[in-house]
Write a protein that binds this ligand. Structure first.
Ligand code: 2HG
Ligand code: ZN
Length: 462
């Protein structure tokens, strides 16, 4: 609960309409896509960096937690206010400030919806490549906080590869500019990279300068269906072995296919056990040649059916099915533990074998899909409440297997609450201590997004 005097002070900063304190409003900002929830004491909706700064100064004075929030689509609990406090929703800071086709950059506020931004730049013949599966809802600020990856990372990289600079309010209230509007800049420590992926624990991003690319001349896609997951894995290796880098290379296993078919009430796969979705872009002769090569590789790997998307609407249809997997999985079980392990691409068959064995050992249904081209697999353990303890043990074993294969426990969703217990397994004590010293230096009172990334107690808060 906030003291009435603080409510008054916050209303003075924000204007009375932009501070929410009613129970219904607090519930609406209490959760993210992990289904974890915790009520904040208040929700602040600033319209400017100065308001963000004033709130952080007040929060430091009063030692109140502040939790930055985009659209709440996060997959690791990053925006869940586990210690209460103020949720700082950036939803009103939603302007595209500039799109510069000469310098190939854009400047946006954090609350801009990523998909809206992609459409705006595409209308000007430009491309913003990062493309999280939730692009219709997620925001650019949330993408920066988590260093979102998504569907096109295999060719184009992830959010950090497109951010040139940031405006950030530090936890203590100072406003800083990081990076520059240039293709290069090595002036001092790279604070841009430090803030990207820091999950709202080191600063509140109030402006983002991103790099753009020319829009590719053509985009072509196909789906390929396999009688087993091994065939799909062989095709993934075959495609990269033919020196083609598609802009998307996604795989979907049997359970995920069935879930999405039920959800969309449509037979997509004709009963296949695995599907690959492949998209290439570039000049027309190149994409035509690459598509034919990919078809040949898929056939050789055992594909039973290959369907080219001949029109833009067919292509959108394929991607709609892919983007629907995450919500569709809730038709199987009420809860899912969404992991986003990543292994060197060549180790995908090994990790899938290990995951199957772990699922069998614990009698758990584990669904796998995702960014095969990146080695980034969305391993979803489907559970009822009663399954949670054994699912937790299964997750630990999956992470151990991932690290043995020289992978990482999170490719794109971040550590947040879900993986805080496991971060030490990957980074070790010295790196963990260095990370904590950075946190202490920038946020001496630990008011900004407390309880995230670093474990506070033994339980994992899942
Ligand atoms: C995706 O690629 C998202 O669809 C969500 O990263 C993954 O639900 C998931 O596990
Ligand atoms: Zn993903």
């Amino acid at each position: 609960m906030l003291k009435p005097s603080l409510v008054k002070e916050l209303k003075n900063i924000l204007g009375p309409a932009n501070l929410f304190t009613s129970h219904e409003e607090l519930v609406a900002y209490s959760y993210d896509a992990t289904q974890k929830e915790s009520l904040p004491w208040a929700v602040a909706r600033p319209a400017a960096a100065q308001e963000v700064s004033d709130i952080l100064v007040l929060a430091n004075r009063e030692l109140i937690p502040v939790v930055p929030r985009g659209a709440g689509t996060g997959m690791s609990g990053g925006s869940v206010p586990v210690h209460g406090g103020i949720v700082l929703s950036l939803e009103r800071m939603n302007k595209i400030l500039e799109i510069d086709g000469n310098d190939l950059l854009a400047v946006v506020e954090p609350g801009v919806v990523t998909g809206d931004f992609q459409r705006e730049v595409e209308a000007r013949g430009l491309l913003y490549p990062p493309d999280p599966a939730s692009s219709r809802f997620c925001t650019m600020g949330g993408n920066v906080a988590e260093c979102a990856g998504g569907l096109r990372a295999v060719k184009y990289g992830v959010t950090k590869d497109y951010v040139l600079g940031l405006e950030v309010v530090l936890p203590t209230g100072e406003l800083i500019q990081t990076g520059a509007r240039t293709a290069k800049s090595v002036a001092g420590y790279d604070l841009t990279r430090l803030i990207i992926g820091s999950e709202g624990t080191l600063g509140v991003v109030t402006k983002i300068i991103v790099r753009l690319l020319p829009l590719p001349e053509t985009v072509r896609a196909l789906s390929a269906f396999f009688p087993d997951i091994e065939g799909a894995a062989r095709a993934v290796s075959g495609i990269t072995a033919s020196r083609i880098i598609p802009r998307a290379l996604e795989f979907v296993d049997r359970e995920a296919l069935r879930a999405v078919e039920n959800y969309l009430k449509e037979d997509i796969s004709g009963g296949a056990a695995a599907m690959l979705l492949v998209e290439v872009d570039g000049p027309a002769p190149t994409t035509e040649r690459e598509l034919a090569q990919i078809e040949a590789v898929c056939r050789k790997a055992g594909a039973v059916r290959i369907a080219r998307a001949e029109t833009d609407s067919e292509r959108e249809h394929i991607w709609k099915a892919r983007r629907s997997i995450s919500p569709a999985l809730y038709t199987i079980k009420p809860k899912k533990m969404s992991e986003d392990i990543v292994v060197p691409r060549s180790r995908i068959p090994d990790i899938l074998r290990e995951i199957t064995a772990i699922g069998q050992k614990y009698g758990l249904l584990i669904v796998n899909f995702g960014h095969a081209g990146d080695g980034n697999i969305h391993t979803n353990i489907m559970v009822d409440d009663a399954d949670l303890p054994k699912a937790e043990r299964a997750v630990k074993e999956i992470f151990e297997a991932t690290l043995r294969l020289k992978g990482s426990i999170s490719g794109e969703h971040g550590i947040g609450l879900s993986k805080a217990a496991y971060l030490p397994m990957e980074v070790g004590p010295a790196a963990l201590a260095a990370m904590k010293r950075i946190k202490d230096a920038l946020d001496p009172n630990h008011i900004l997004n407390p309880g995230k990334i670093f474990l506070e107690k033994e339980a994992t808060n899942r």
